[in-house]
Write a protein that binds this ligand. Sequence first.
Ligand code: SF4
Length: 79
Amino acid sequence: MATQSVDRRRCLSCNRWGGERRPGAEPDTVDYDEDNDRGLCQDGPWHGSSRRGPRNACGQWIKWIALETPPPADQPPQP
Ligand code: SF4
C-alpha cells in the first residue's frame, strides 16, 4: 500500500478519478495499491481515459470529496 498527499494535486486525489483508493490515516492523504493505481477520469479533460494515475494531473483537478472534513454533528436538542 502506498500513500500520496493531496498537496500534489494528482489524479489520485481528484474527485473526478474512478480508481481504487481510500482516505489515508493522515489528513489530506490517499492510500492506494501501487499495483492497481490506474483509474478512469470522469468529466475532466481526460474523460474516458482509464490510464490516469498517481503521476498524472491536469488543470481541472478538484479535491476528492471523501477527503473533506465532515461538518460537526448537530448538537442534541436541549431539554
Ligand atoms: S485528468 Fe484532471 S480531471 Fe481527470 S482525474 Fe486527473 S486531475 Fe482529475
